[in-house]
Design a protein around this ligand. Structure first.
Ligand SMILES: [Zn+2]
Ligand SMILES: [Zn+2]
Length: 282
């Protein structure tokens, strides 16, 4: 597995690569733009190409963009869907310009809308985005904590999206461990992890999942709330992550930490996970 962090790029791409390198990371995730606005800025191709070259030189890759939190492809407000699709396509274009393999996105929320209509809206948006996707770029759907109306809270629903999009080869899946736990998947033991991946394999196929978000959480199992916590210090725990990294379903893929806190927390979380990966007992 390749291990990395969600990395700030506000101080420039060089600083982001240097930070990832300092922590010994071999992948990373970043925001393509400001995650809290629908506005898009022009794509700086030379800067993205320098970023790609710096990552390659540092042995960092494949990497991921996380799309804006504003994206809602299921909204009953047509304007929101149009704006969301523009953001998604912009990140796919940034990925193509900057040699980024994965564009990880939340799908959104059905709100008060009939789920069937919301589902169809998401599928239409995904089809549209996939129709123009560049070779080497993948649109990655992230599973949600599955609270009430959130899209993609179950593995079955993600499987339904994949099938509705004709099993498009560029449509892939990211599994966030904290979201999985909050959605009710008990991944804190070998048996639980085994059961989880059996479901993933049946509904999606293990190859459909290209990346993971490794976050612990203090939310109760099935609590449907999205709160990330430090690795090994939450309900998934070191045992859970040990079982996850030992599973064939994760081998050769990337894991991104989205844990809270400052640089020292990043270091602690990466160190904990590296020990888990190396099979060292804490
Ligand atoms: Zn996310
Ligand atoms: Zn996540």
């Amino acid at each position: 597995m390749r291990l990395g962090l969600h990395t700030r790029v506000g101080a420039g791409y060089d600083a982001a690569v240097a930070y990832a390198q300092r922590l010994g990371c071999t992948t990373l995730q970043f925001f393509g733009g400001n995650p809290k606005t629908y506005r898009v800025t022009p794509i700086d191709r030379p800067a993205l190409q320098r970023f790609a070259a710096a990552r390659a030189a540092a042995g960092i890759g494949p990497v991921a963009i996380h799309t804006s939190y504003l994206i809602n492809l299921a909204s009953e407000d047509g304007k929101t869907v149009v704006n969301s699709l523009r953001l998604l396509k912009n990140d796919l274009a940034i990925a193509a310009a900057g040699d980024v393999a994965y564009v990880n996105t939340h799908l959104g929320s059905y709100g008060k809308r009939d789920r069937k209509d919301g589902f169809a809206s998401v599928v239409a948006a995904l089809d549209d985005a996939l129709a123009g996707i560049a070779p080497g770029v993948h649109l990655v759907m992230e599973n949600s904590a599955g609270s009430g109306q959130l899209c993609g809270g179950t593995i079955e629903e993600l499987g339904a999206f994949v099938r509705a999009c004709g099993n498009h080869p560029a449509l892939r899946v990211c599994l966030d461990t904290a979201h999985s736990w909050a959605a009710g998947y008990q991944i804190d033991s070998r048996e639980g992890v085994e059961r989880f991946f059996e479901l993933v394999d049946r509904e999606l196929g293990l190859d459909r999942v290209v990346m993971f978000h490794f976050n612990d959480t203090q939310i109760e199992l099935g609590g449907h709330r999205d709160r990330h916590w430090h690795i090994g210090e939450g309900n998934i725990g070191v045992e859970g992550f040990r079982a996850i990294v030992a599973h064939p379903g994760v081998q050769g893929k990337i894991a991104i930490l989205e844990t809270p806190g400052e640089d020292e927390d990043d270091l602690r979380n990466v160190t904990t996970l590296r020990r888990v990966l190396d099979g060292i007992t804490a």
